[in-house]
Design a protein around this ligand. Sequence first.
Ligand code: MG
Length: 366
Amino acid sequence: MAQDSINRIDNRNVQFQCLPVQLDAQACELHMANPWKIAGAPASSLRRTVIVRLTDSDGMTAIGEAAPSSLYGESVAGVLAAFAQRVDPRQLSFADVGAGMDYLSTIHDLPMAARCALNVALLDGAARRAGLPLHRFLGLDFKEDHHVTSFSIGIDAPELVRRKVLEASGFPVLKLKIGDRQDHENLASLRSVAPRKPVRVDANEGWSNKEEALRGLEWLARDGRIQFVEQPLHRSASTADLGWLKERSPLPLFADESCHTVRDIPRCAECFHGINVKLVKTGGVSMAYETLQAARKAGLKTMIGCMIETSVLITAAAHLAALTDYLDIDGNLLITNDPFAGVTARGGLLSFSGATETHGLRISPR
Ligand SMILES: [Mg+2]
């Protein structure tokens, strides 16, 4: 056995005996600034998320978040039940995040969102114990006022789309959700007030077959300033259909619902030009790191996206910015009662300059 493996195991045993953690989880209701509608889902003004805190025997508390998605069969109740009944926090320690994740892998059908919350909290604690911001702990750079997030415009009536685009005038890049009979009017409304702004389009699986998707992509390409299109077809679309579309598409195609973990990367390289990694889909920061790296190796463009979530997950994602070509981490900007402060996005530019915490996630309560 290699010497470093022996050290890791010894270290793991010692730390588990000395510094197990206690787990506290609470549901949290998030209020949307505007009712949120995407293709295939009803409009909603409320979202629920779960905030988890891990506290070690020294009293140090770290924080994580699960923003479960019904799209993937997950729920707040399911995440809370998993924490209460199936996760033994004594198996988790800030001293060995890898061992904690190995333990979580042994729990059958643990919701990805729950795994994500615990991974984020373990890394927050580990980085704080190391006296480093999370990106440094992961060996990554973070350039202040360099990484740009887009701002999302949900499906709405054309006049409301126009108003939302005006309200988002400070953001240099927009993401437009489509999948509605008024798509053409909505893009025209956007262009009436932001004629030259780069726009990303999220089809959210809204086109029903490859021919319809190609017609939609050709329409979007005529705009001249669409950067790429996310998830044109349903996640169950065949590799043959997606490959057909990739070959003919006039715009780069990004996988979202078709890409969950690193295991999806080989197929995504056949079917798409890039991927959208979300922490709650992939199971946390460690797995997002692995997925983004594998995607780059496979020649794919990379993006981090988000759900409607608080600054906990948005800030966790920001620490991975160096591994991405694009960022879409605005879920905290779409709610009016974010309980936390972390990374900010003034003018779309990510910054930690106002963060009072210097280590770990750099999150503090508002
Ligand atoms: Mg998407």
